[in-house]
Design a protein around this ligand. Structure first.
Ligand SMILES: *[C@@H]1O[C@H](CO)[C@@H](O)[C@H](O)[C@H]1NC(C)=O
Ligand SMILES: *[C@@H]1O[C@H](CO)[C@@H](O)[C@H](O)[C@H]1NC(C)=O
Ligand SMILES: *[C@@H]1O[C@H](CO)[C@@H](O)[C@H](O)[C@H]1NC(C)=O
Length: 156
């Protein structure tokens, strides 16, 4: 394979366990270069106002902001996808999750068996270590974070 695109770490944290409980947020190695991410969270109350602050970092003496920082209106996006970077990211994992439905969200939020595929990304990143940091806001307040670390390597 010409490119290795894989998860290297996953960190999630709930800031309000009366709204979202995270049962599982973990990577599993299927093989050396196929690392799957599983997420299992329960939303204890319905929410129809979900914003996501997303930022990409690239490692160079610590993780430095790289390429984009943006806020997405989750309920608007899921009705009609509108942000090109969010579309790119959603396309990587939509088949592994139950979140593709319109708002409100309540109950189990599952991602299972999600692994990174360069052919789905459809573009080449500079080789390196990256962090996609997502902060999830319900009703304008920070409720949880999902930080996904990955590497992209052109295997020459
Ligand atoms: C935490 O979640 C509850 C719902 O269970 C909500 O009423 C409350 O406003 C939330 N607190 C914060 C700081 O967002
Ligand atoms: C998610 O976690 C809950 C609580 O531990 C569990 O009951 C449920 O079966 C899990 N769902 C999946 C798909 O793993
Ligand atoms: C969700 O799934 C439907 C049906 O597969 C699809 O038409 C829609 O574009 C998807 N939504 C997003 C945001 O990709």
């Amino acid at each position: 394979e010409a490119v290795i695109f894989k998860f290297t770490n996953a960190v999630c944290e709930s800031y309000n366990k009366s709204w979202i409980v995270i049962h599982n947020c973990r990577l599993y190695a299927i093989s050396r270069n196929k690392i799957v991410f599983n997420f299992n969270g329960t939303m204890l109350h319905p929410c129809s106002h979900i914003f996501i602050d997303g930022q990409l970092f690239k490692r160079a003496n610590g993780y430095k902001p790289w390429l984009f920082k943006a806020t997405l209106d989750g309920c608007r996006f899921i009705k009609k996808s509108y942000n090109p970077i969010a579309i790119l990211i959603f396309n990587l994992f939509k088949e592994f999750t139950n979140i593709n439905h319109t708002c409100p969200y309540v109950g189990p939020q599952i991602i299972e068996g999600f692994y990174l595929r360069p052919e789905k990304l459809g573009l080449v990143l500079p080789s390196g270590e990256y962090l996609l940091a997502l902060t999830w806001l319900f009703e304008k307040r920070k409720q949880f974070i999902t930080n996904l670390y990955f590497s992209f390597t052109e295997d020459l």
